[in-house]
Design a protein around this ligand. Structure first.
Ligand code: ADP
Length: 367
């Protein structure tokens, strides 16, 4: 069976060396906003933390050539960005995150707090996080939100993933957001309310955004959207542990975090970092979900393309709950590209999402 295009693209990029570090581009998390559509159109950004400009450009060319050579790829649109590497927060910075994450200026700090205070009708806020991009965080966020909606929970989905604001595609939202009394009206789709940073800004521009702007956008998505009464708001956060996560922690409104990973060891190192950040700031880890756990062959045999049970083991080692595994469903990718979350249908994977949604709902009901 042919592997899904997105996976073949990732594998091709895994073979390209990041000149800034000497490691694979994928291992370094340098590949952002990867999308590989059914139509063979592939887009991605390579984000280099430093490194010689010419060498970075050469790596971009190599990546484009490798992806263009993949069967089924019709066009490749890729850009490279470079920025100075920001060191990971020190233990001391993390510990003081409740007081003032990363020494945010008072003004920024107040803005986030004030924005979060406007969410008076929202009972619980849950972050969906991942160590790396391309692990299916947005796909799972959208399907889990829809599945929770099917349980009768009033759910809002806030897509704050600036690197790949994919919610408009995932939910088929191709219309402009409307405004009433100066506030954006969230979309109502598949039983949930949703708003995406991709609706507010041009996704191509969004790629150039950095820390302080992420915080501004997150504040805007909280403050300027008429969310109304919600039992749960899921926030699809950018990959990694950056300013968006620290802002959410800072807002003191975060009830818990769900962490998505593939079984791959490289993705798992970042999961450990994410768990450590949430834990040190007292944010409960609702659990880890292993995505792309296996691909079922025609005879029902499981092919573990990214290794077996890695996320489950990492969760166990970290003492975090393991919520469950989501296999690779070629239908899920196709449906996501066409704007139908499969959690809203009678596809077998809807059962997987319903079971996960029940566990998250049990957590929110228990606090
Ligand atoms: P992230 O938000 O972590 O960057 P996405 O949700 O955008 O990742 O997923 C990356 C790609 O993988 C998309 O093309 C998506 O449709 C596909 N994908 C995610 N999870 C699965 C899965 N379980 N089975 C098949 N395809 C998946």
């Amino acid at each position: 069976m042919t592997e899904p295009l997105a996976i073949r693209v990732r594998n091709a990029l895994d073979g390209i060396v990041n000149p800034a570090t000497g490691r694979s581009l994928v291992a370094d998390g340098a590949v952002k906003g990867l999308s590989a559509g059914e139509d063979g159109v592939v887009r991605f950004t390579l984000e280099f933390a430093g490194g010689d400009r010419r060498a970075c450009e050469a790596a971009l060319e190599k990546a484009k050539t490798a992806v263009s050579a993949i069967d089924g790829v019709v066009s490749v649109s890729a850009i490279a960005t470079a920025h100075a590497e920001k060191p990971a927060p020190t233990a001391q910075q993390v510990q003081s995150a409740h007081a003032n994450p990363l020494g945010l200026q008072n003004q920024k700090k107040r803005q986030i707090e004030e924005a979060a205070e406007t969410l008076t009708g929202v009972k619980r806020i849950i972050a969906v996080a991942s160590g790396k991009g391309g692990v299916g965080k947005s796909t799972l966020s959208a399907n889990l939100a829809v599945a929770m909606g099917r349980l009768g929970i009033r759910v809002g989905l806030l897509d704050a993933d600036i690197y790949g604001p994919s919610l408009p595609t995932l939910l088929g939202l191709h219309r402009r957001a409307e405004m009433r009394d100066g506030k954006l009206i969230p979309f109502e789709a598949h039983g949930i309310r949703a708003m995406s940073i991709g609706v507010i800004v041009d996704p191509d521009q969004a790629l150039a955004w950095r820390g302080p702007m992420v915080m501004g956008a997150l504040g805007q998505l909280m403050r300027d959207v008429e969310w109304g009464e919600l039992d749960v708001m899921l926030v699809d956060t950018p990959p990694g542990t950056g300013d968006a996560h620290l802002s959410l922690i800072q807002s003191k409104r975060l009830s818990g975090a769900v962490i998505v990973s593939t079984p791959q060891e490289l993705a798992l190192a970042d999961v450990r970092r994410g768990v450590a950040l949430f834990r040190k700031t007292g944010t409960p880890i609702i659990g880890v979900i292993e995505n792309m756990a296996w691909l079922e062959g025609p005879g029902g045999a499981k092919q573990h393309l990214f290794g077996e049970g890695g996320a489950q083991k990492a969760a166990r080692d970290l003492g975090a709950p393991f919520l469950g595994a989501v296999p690779i469903y070629p239908d899920l990718r196709m449906a996501s590209d066409s704007g139908t979350p499969l959690a809203a249908t009678d596809h077998p994977c809807a059962d997987v999402f319903m079971a996960l949604a029940e566990k998250i709902a049990a957590f929110t009901a228990s606090i």
